[in-house]
Design a protein around this ligand. Structure first.
Ligand code: ADP
Length: 411
């Protein structure tokens, strides 16, 4: 580079030595602050200048980094020549203005400044800084000096950009480490959840076994009221087990590995409807599956997609009034299968439609008490659908009903 600079700008040997010295400094030093301080000092003495200042930083807010001027570090670029140089994107000297620019009336100088120059620091189109020089001599900078200053300005740009990249690299490494630790933490959390669920399930299974033992009369006669009460206890145990399963399955979904197969959509929906049938019948809710051709297939994980369909249907039935109707339809839409689950239930307010897919979100805080559930069913749906690169969304009208749409790739 120095050879190139020498031939291009006809530098004399001392200028070449200065450029060499600054290049070495820039290569060896990653802190642009230290480079600026040294360069300002060297330029001042080399060109015998009264003051040299460097402004750099964010292109929109260049600030004084260092220099022999009494303004505090962090000061903005002053009006006058430095601004002009930035605006023009080229070196400007006061000689260009007949040597009598108003910027020369500097309040902090003892003797009169007779010339001034400003060199913008340009990285492609970006103004990353400006070098501002003052002299008490008229036309202090000859053409060779101006050429050398332009080269030095380019080296300052290298220093600025190099530092920025080093910082960005450090930041990205930091992000990478944080991301890795987050992953480790997520795996740890999943493991803890699995352990807790195991700990919780074991005594529940035991309790259920004992209650069943009593209930079936194996530990003595059971009067009908006792049988009824025990039946309620059994139902509650099942509910708790279901909640534990959902919580664990949600966390397990983070590391979900899908087993793809070709699934006939009609089978998938029929299986899910079968699971909800008795609950729907108990509330006289009619389940209606619109005809689907046997050729309509999905590529996906049968178990996970079955679970997603069941969770949606579970809500459709749960939030429907007695005697209501739940309709399910599916059709091919370009490369996707579009499934819709409609109910005539309580509906969901517009502003909450997107949130219902969030973990533990329930439109009505008393929903758990009134309808059961924990706000996890649709979070599971959303993760399963996302893992299949599909889409799920809701449409609804309060008191009229809801429609949950699921779009899943056919291939
Ligand atoms: P939950 O287990 O509480 O049902 P979900 O994640 O399945 O949790 O659903 C979140 C919330 O979205 C529900 O609590 C309910 O407020 C609302 N919601 C979901 N589906 C329906 C629906 N079909 N009709 C009315 N509200 C619904």
């Amino acid at each position: 580079m120095t050879l190139e600079a020498a031939s291009a700008f006809h530098l004399d040997m001392s200028h070449l030595a200065l450029v060499n010295e600054v290049s070495a400094m820039v290569l060896a030093e990653t802190s642009s602050e230290r480079v600026f301080a040294r360069v300002v000092e060297r330029i001042s003495e080399f060109f015998d200048l009264a003051a040299v200042a460097v402004y750099s930083g964010d292109p929109l807010t260049l600030q004084l980094q260092c220099g022999g001027i009494p303004a505090p570090v962090g000061s903005p670029v002053p009006d006058g020549l430095a601004h002009l140089a930035l605006h023009r994107g080229e070196l400007v000297t006061s000689a260009d203005f007949g040597g009598n620019g108003s910027a020369l009336q500097l309040p902090w100088t003892t003797g009169a400044m007779r010339s001034e120059a400003a060199v913008p620091l340009l990285f492609h189109d970006q103004r990353v800084g400006v070098l501002h020089l003052f002299s008490d001599r008229e036309a202090a900078l000859d053409q060779a000096s101006i050429n050398t200053l332009s080269t030095l300005a380019r080296l300052l740009v290298v220093s600025t950009v190099q530092e920025r990249w080093v910082k960005e690299e450090a930041l990205s490494q930091k992000h990478h480490r944080a991301y890795e630790r987050l992953h480790e933490f997520a795996a740890f959390k999943d493991q803890i959840l699995q352990n807790i669920s195991h700990e919780l399930r074991t005594p529940l299974t035991l309790a259920k076994g004992y209650v069943e033992l009593v209930n079936t009369g194996q530990m003595g006669d059971v009067v009908p009221e006792q049988e009824q009460t025990l039946q309620i206890v059994l139902g509650k145990i099942d509910e708790i087990v279901a909640i534990i399963d959902r919580t664990v399955s949600l966390s397990a979904l983070n590391s979900l590995s899908l087993e793809y197969s070709c699934i006939p959509v009609a089978d998938l929906l029929n299986e899910a409807l079968l699971l909800i049938e008795s609950r729907a019948a108990a509330s006289s809710i009619q389940l209606d599956l619109r005809p689907i051709g046997p050729e309509l297939c999905l590529q996906g994980d049968r178990e996970q997609l079955g679970r997603a369909c069941f969770n949606i249907l579970d809500n459709s039935v749960k939030f429907s009034p007695s005697g209501g109707r739940v309709t399910v339809e599916a059709k091919a839409e370009a490369a996707y299968v579009h499934m819709v689950f409609r109910d005539e239930g309580i509906g969901i307010p517009q502003q909450q439609l997107a949130q219902i897919f969030d973990t533990f979100y329930q439109v009505d805080g008393s929903s758990t008490r009134r309808f059961g559930g924990l706000g996890l069913g649709l979070a599971v749906v959303s993760r399963v659908v996302r893992a299949h690169k599909g889409k799920v969304w809701a449409e609804s009208e309060v008191d009229r009903g809801s429609a949950i749409h699921m779009l899943l790739p056919r291939e």
